[in-house]
Structure formats: C-alpha cells, structure tokens
Write a protein of this length. Structure first.
Lengths: 255, 301, 322
C-alpha cells in the first residue's frame, strides 16, 4: 500500500491554476523527488499536502485515510513533517528549543501540569530533551544546543529545520529545497543525511533544483510544468524523457 | 418620519466627519500596512487648534462667517498636516524595517503622548467653542428644517473627499501613492521616491483629520482631549467597513457608520450608541474582514 | 543559577518584599499595594502579549468581569469575597473563551483593535446597568472586607500581605508555566505562527488558552481589587487601565517576569515618587514607548533564554561568532 497517495489535485489562485490535476504516490521508505521549473507549482503541492492551502479538487490519502482539510498540526501528528523553502525557524529561540517545537505534538502536559510539575511531566520533559538532542546529533548539530537559531550558518539552519521535522517522528518527511544555499560539501553531507533518514524507515518527498542531488538520491521523480505533471519515473528514464529535456533541462543551461 | 429624516441628516454630517478621519487611517494603512493609532489624536489637535486660532484671530468676525471658517480650516489643515509629517519622521520612519508590531506599539505610544500633551497644554476639562460663529439658522429643505452647520459640514466633507479622489486618481503624485500602496518595492524600482510618498500621505491624512476635528468643534460646540480615540476608533471602524486601504471605501464606510449610529441611537438606545459602532467593527472583522469594497485578501505564506 | 543559588535568591526576594510594611507609613504601603495589583494584572496580560505575542488592549474587561462577579455575589448572597476567587477566574475565563474564540484568528493589529472594542463594549454595558446587576455608572458599593483564617483584612498592611502573597504565587506558577511545553508553544506562535502550526502546534488552541488563562488571572485580580476598595465602578475599568497594563509590559520587558515586575514599579510606583509630575506621567510613558521601540524593542529587562539540563557545549560559541 502507498504511504501517500495524491490524486487529481487541483488548486487555482484567482485565474491562475497553480496545480492542475496532479497525481502521484509515495511508497513507504522511498525517496521521491518533485522537480520542475520555477513557478511549476511544486511548493504549492507541498502546501496542499500540509493543508496550508486547501485544494479545490482532488484527494490526498496518507496512511490509508484522507487528510484533505485536516488542520496542519493534525497532519503533523499523523506523521507528515516538512521544512520550508524560505527558512522558517524560530530565529530568536535556541537551537534546542527549535527542535523541541517538533517534539511538541508527541507531548501531553498542559497548563495545570506545567504549573504543578507532576513527576510524569518532569519525566516527559527529560525524555523530550533527550529525543531532541538525538535529532540534532543525527543532522550533525549536536554540539550546538543553546545558540540562538539565527546565529547558525545558512546551511546549518536548513539542517536545523530537518532536525525539527525529524523530532515529530514522521513517517513521511517533506523537504522543500533542502540544499538551497548549501555549498558542495554541505550538499554531499545532506545526501548522506537523507539516506540515513530513510534507513530509519522514513519516506522522503523533496523539491530540489540541484539535479545532481535529485538524480543521486531519488528512486522516483515527478516532473511538473505549469502546474501539470509531465513525466514520472525513475531517474534514468526522466533524464532521457524528451518532454522533460525540452520543458525543463533543455531550457536552462545551468542544469 | 420627522425624527427619521433629522437623524439621517445628522448621521450624514457625522458620517462625513468619520469619513474624513477614516481617509487618514486608510491611506496610511494602504502605504505602510500600519494602523496609525495617533491619527485620532491629530484629529483632536485639529479641534483644539481651531479653537485657539478662532479666538486669537477673531477670523469669523473680520472675514465674515463663511470665509472666516474656510481660512480657519485651511490653517488648521496646514498645521495638523505638519504635525502628521513630524510624527511620521519621529515615530514611524525609524521603524520602517522593524517587525510590524513594533510600529504598532510606537503608534500607541505616540497616541498616548499626543493626547497627554494636549491635556497638559489645554487642561483636562472640555473646552467650549464660541457660540456665535455660524448663524444659528435652519434651512428649509423640502419641508424639513435642517441646521445650517450640518449642511456646511456635509458639503465641506464631500468637497474635500472629491478633491482627494481627484488628487489620487488624476495627478502624478496620486499615481505614485497608488503604486506604493500596491507594492512598495516595485514602486521604488520604478523610480518612485517612496519616502516622499509616505510623507505626502502623512501630510494629507492628518490634514483632513485636523479639519474633521474643527468640524466636531463647530457641530457640537465643544472639544475634549480624549475625543480622539473614540472618534479615531469609529473612523477606523468606518475604514474597515469600507475595506481598509481603499479610499472610496473609507468615504462610503464613514457615511454608512454615521447613519447606522444616528439611527441606532434614535431607534435602539442612545445609551448604547458607542457600543453599536464597536459591535459593527467586531462583526465586520469576523464576517468580512476585507470590508464592503475591499479587495486585498490573504497574505502569501 | 544552581538550585541552591536559586533558593537563596527566592528567600532573599521574599525577605526584601516582607520588609516594607515594617517601616513605611500607610500611604506608601498602599502605593505598593497598587503596584502589586498591577504586577498581577501585568503578569496575566504578559502571558497573552509577551509570551504569545497577541496584542490585547482590552484586558480591563476581564479584570472588570472578575471584580463585578465578586461584587455582585458578595453583596447579594454574602459569600465571603476570597471564596469567590476561583469563581471570578471561571467567569473571566469563560468570557474570554466566548469573545476570543471568533476573533482569535485575526492578525496582530486587527486583534488589537477588536480587543479595544470588546473592552469598550463591556464598560458601556456596565454603565448601562446590564441585566440590572451592575449598578450603572455608580457601580456597586458595600462589598464586605475579606477575612482570612477568621481575621478581617482592613488596613493597608494587611492588604499588603494578601496582595503580595498572591503576586508571589502568581510569579511562581507563571515562571513554571513559562518554562514548560505550554510556555514554549506560546513563544513559537509569537515568533512564527505558520511555522508553529507546521511543526504540529495547535496554534488556535494555544492562542485561546493564553487568553483564557490570562483572563482568569485578571478576574482573580479583580476579586482582590473589589475586596480592597469595597466599592467598584465602571470608570475603574476604562481603556486607560488596559493601556497602563500594556505599557508596563512593553517598557519593563515583554515576555519577561522580572521585566513586568519592574514595569509595574515604574508605571505605578514612580509617579507617586515624583508627584509634581504625576500629570505628565502618561506623556512620558508614551514617549518612552516610542523611544523604546526604536532603540530597545525588547524592553528594559528582556526575557532571558530558557535553561535546559543539557551538557555544556563550549564549541557553540565559536559557531555563533563565526
């Protein structure tokens, strides 16, 4: 069974159809790339999956149940965590607290528990710290807990977003241009990280402009152009697909 | 029926005043996305300056009532406009790049400052306008006797709004203001001096608001130092009602709110008059935050 | 700070706060009582404004609901006023739930305006003797003095103990609240609401919860106020009360408990010290708010980063400076 099934997803803003009848699946423990020229509607697809926008039409089934119209925080609790294209960390809070934000949905203490500090609440808090530190160590930021998030380098901020997403214990991790702003070495480390995350049984769906990264880590690739899916398949097939070459690879020399 | 039409004309006059103040809110919001909390106090300043100028120069005595009031209005407009621009320079410009809510706090602080400055200068008691400025006559209009002052206020506010509309729609500066309201960054790239546009907005809005303060003094014969925030809040309601950032919206919203309030006071309860306006504000924000004529919708995530 | 140091600090603070009634006259003790009351109000509003970043300029409404609940039930049913504390918290909290629920999604400055409107509607309702319960513009008088363990509280000294004990409990509980999952969630919302929701924080729920807890605490402060004054009237719950509470937070340090306490001393206490300038105090505070936003947005005593029981990491400083 698929982990994530997107069927005939459509979303318009005013007269512009940003996503048009897009369908694709993500298998459990797979790595899927979503690529396409700027403005193809990739980030909109992510925003639809996490219900930051509500789709006009279409189905999104996660782990056997529909998540269309579910509140974003419930989707996170159901097991989909994401990072943002424009980094959205809590800049003034510490690195550790940023990751604790991801841990939030797995904890239970409320107002009275926090005021009275019951023993179980202390245990929960200690476990949350432990778990968050592990997530930071996994992305390689375990040495840096108390620094404010804004003091990190651009690449490390992206890693911190990944750690924050991992702390939610997702089944599916959605990465929006994770290598954006990273240098060559950082990108290589990121590829390692993505593989390491998958080895933990987490499926990954990513948007990325770095074709080298996409071709190296993804098992399946979905190509969008002007909001529509124009191709889908393993990297080898996508590389040779004439429509993709024309619409995307051929049009921009950088790639 | 008599009561109804009297309330309608009264509502139109008050609505004209709301509309004039609302224009200041909506223009500033349009360009800076900032609620200028101090705008209401600039309006109060207009009411007090009008009184000072009126009594110290005896304008209406020398120039006759109509010309005297026109000259007075122009002087008030000029002085409050300068105060508005000074406020922008001191309290808002340094915060142009700061988070929005810092500017909101600064606006609140400026409002508290201005209101208390007026109190310290003029005293905490309300002040009374001279009674003999305008002849106390009522005009017979289709069998209805309408006080002259209401007619003057309504026509003056309509003339000023028409003037502003023409200024915004027909002049080059007006086009720059419209451009800056849509996208400041793009306007700057197109060679528009956005700082200058903001300065003009802070001259025009408070200028109109100041005249509205004078009008309140003429209509009710008194001003007090706290009136700015009640009128300000109502004018802001009017701006929201019409769709904030939308200039014709502010005019329509102001007139509409004046009518709702006047009729509500007459037919529901005068004691709840102020609450009616606030209820309208809350309902509009819950049901249709874009206002009646508003267009701007969600912000990009 | 280690646990030992922290306990020593708390004991020292308690001793310092216990001293004033011993050598101050009744007038100054009463000033400190006002400071204490506004400290409680400031802390309750701080949860909403400082921690969650929700601009609320109608907090006096919740204060009023608490005070009127206490006054009405005390004068009609003769329930001892301190017994009414929990009930005042419940009525103010419920009122917050009802009014905040439909407006909680509004963006910062709009929310601010709406809370002003709510505050005014409550005040107008009180003046108009709504349901025949609130006594109109004259308010309610004849509220009985509180008794504690059979001892009637009358003198400023006695109120000092009552008010500042309640303030101490508030500080203790709110400090814990701040350093918890709940407190962190409010901070996430303040910093970036979209990201908070995207990380799995139920933002609507937490914003509402901040309003309800803050309002409930203001309701209890209202109960104490009614007990202290024995007479309450709508004018005590005007827009300016809300502005005062808001200003003391912004100047003292938004989101910071020591900041709010300092703010209460500055805004309520300082004008009493400089009585000849008392009329100018709001003028000065208004100007200070503008200056503060331009030069020191976070207030005089900003919130300090939370401490966690983690191993120290010297390598991090290097990264921060690099």
């Amino acid at each position: 069974m698929n982990l994530l099934g997107v069927k005939r997803l459509t979303k318009s803003f005013g007269g512009l159809t940003a996503v048009n009848n897009v369908s694709f699946d993500v298998e459990p423990e797979s790595i899927v790339g979503l690529i396409g020229p700027n403005g193809a509607g990739k980030t909109t697809v992510f925003n639809l999956i996490t219900n930051i926008y509500r789709p006009d039409q279409g189905e999104i089934v996660f782990n056997g149940s529909s998540i269309v119209g579910k509140a974003t925080h419930k989707i996170v609790a159901a097991g989909i965590a994401r990072t943002f294209q424009t980094i959205r960390l809590f800049q003034n809070l510490s690195v550790l607290e940023n990751v604790l934000a991801g841990r939030h949905c797995r904890l239970h203490s409320g107002v009275t528990g926090s005021m009275l500090r019951f023993p179980w609440q202390k245990r929960e808090e200690a476990a949350a710290l432990q778990h968050s530190i592990e997530a930071l160590e996994m992305v390689g930021l375990g040495h840096c807990l108390d620094a404010p998030a804004k003091s990190l380098s651009y690449g490390n901020q992206r890693l911190l977003e990944v750690a924050r997403a991992l702390a939610t214990e997702p089944k599916l991790l959605i990465l929006d241009e994770p290598a954006g702003g990273m240098n060559e070495q950082e990108t290589l480390d990121l590829i390692e990280l993505i593989r390491k995350v998958r080895r933990r049984g987490i499926a990954i769906l990513l948007i990325e402009h770095d074709m080298n990264l996409v071709m190296r880590v993804c098992e399946a690739i979905v190509v969008l152009e002007y909001g529509s899916k124009i191709a889908e398949g393993p990297p080898e097939a996508i590389k040779k697909d004439p429509r993709v070459i024309e619409a995307y690879l051929g049009s921009e020399e950088d790639y | 029926m008599e009561v109804f039409f009297q309330q309608v004309t009264n509502g139109l006059a008050v609505g004209g005043i709301y509309a004039l103040i609302a224009l200041g809110y909506t223009m500033v919001y349009g360009v800076l996305r900032l609620i200028n909390f101090a705008h209401g106090d600039l309006f109060t300043m207009g009411g007090y300056l009008g009184l000072t100028l009126l009594t110290s120069f005896a304008l209406t005595g020398r120039l006759g009532p109509l010309l005297g009031i026109i000259v007075l209005a122009i002087m008030v407009m000029g002085l409050v406009a300068i105060a508005g621009a000074a406020l922008e320079r001191a309290a808002y410009r340094p915060l142009r790049e700061s988070p929005r809510l810092s500017a909101v706090v600064s606006a609140l602080g400026a409002s508290i400052f201005l209101q208390n400055a007026i109190m310290l200068i003029y005293g905490a008691k309300m002040m009374v306008y001279p009674q003999d400025i305008l002849p106390k006559v009522a005009i017979n209009l289709f069998g209805l006797y309408i006080p002259l002052v209401r007619i003057i206020i309504l026509s003056a506010s309509v003339i000023m709004m028409a003037g502003l509309y023409a200024f915004i729609q027909k002049t080059k500066v007006g086009a720059a203001i419209r451009a800056a309201a849509i996208d400041q960054g793009a306007a700057r790239l197109m060679g528009i001096n956005v700082d200058q546009v903001i300065m003009i907005v802070f001259l025009v809005g408070p200028g109109l608001g100041g005249v509205a303060g004078l009008m309140v003094g003429l209509l009710y014969g008194q001003v007090n130092f706290t009136m700015g925030w009640v009128y300000g809040l109502k004018a802001f309601t009017a701006a929201i009602l019409g769709g904030i950032g939308n200039i014709p919206g502010a005019m329509v919203g102001g007139i509409l709110l004046g009518l709702i309030e006047a009729l509500g006071a007459a037919y529901i309860s005068i004691a709840w008059k102020d609450a009616i306006a606030f209820l309208v504000l809350i309902l509009i924000l819950i049901i249709r935050p874009t206002g009646l004529l508003g267009e701007r919708v969600a912000e990009k995530v | 700070m280690t646990t030992g140091k922290r306990i020593a600090f708390c004991i020292a603070a308690l001793l310092v706060m216990a001293a004033p009634p011993l050598f101050l006259n009744a007038y100054w003790v009463d000033v400190l009582n006002s400071v204490g009351l506004y400290a409680i109000l400031g802390l309750s509003l701080n949860l909403i404004v400082g921690s969650a970043g929700l601009f609320n300029l109608g907090h006096a409404a919740f204060y009023a609901i608490g005070a009127y609940t206490a006054a009405i039930l005390n004068t009609t049913f003769h329930i001892p006023i301190l017994w009414l504390l929990p009930l005042c918290a419940v009525t103010a909290g419920l009122f917050a739930l009802v009014v905040a629920r439909p407006i909680i999604h509004l963006r910062g400055d709009y929310l601010c305006i709406v809370t002003i409107g709510v505050g005014e509607i409550v005040r107008i309702a009180l003046i108009n003797n709504v349901f025949g319960l609130t006594g109109g513009a004259n308010g309610i008088f004849g509220i009985s003095r509180p008794t504690l363990f059979g001892h009637a509280i009358r003198k400023p000294d006695e109120f000092y103990w009552l008010i500042w004990s309640f303030a101490a409990i508030t500080i203790f509980l709110f400090h814990r609240l701040e350093n918890s999952r709940f407190g962190r969630a409010l901070n996430y919302i303040r910093d970036d609401e979209v990201a908070a929701e995207g990380c799995g924080v139920n933002t609507a729920h937490y914003k509402l919860a901040a309003f309800i807890v803050g309002a409930a605490w203001a309701g209890m402060a209202g109960d104490i106020y009614a007990a202290k004054m024995t007479i309450i009237a709508p004018e005590s719950f005007s827009f300016w009360e809300s502005v005062l509470m808001f200003t003391l937070i912004i100047l003292g340090g938004s989101g910071s408990i020591p900041g709010v306490l300092l703010g209460a001393f500055l805004i309520i206490g300082l004008p009493e010290v400089f009585r000849e300038f008392a009329n100018a105090r709001m003028l000065i505070f208004g100007a200070a708010m503008v200056v503060m936003m331009i030069f020191r947005t976070q207030g005089i005593l900003p919130a300090r980063p939370r401490r966690y029981a983690t191993p120290p990491d010297p390598s991090c400083k290097a990264e921060a400076e690099a």
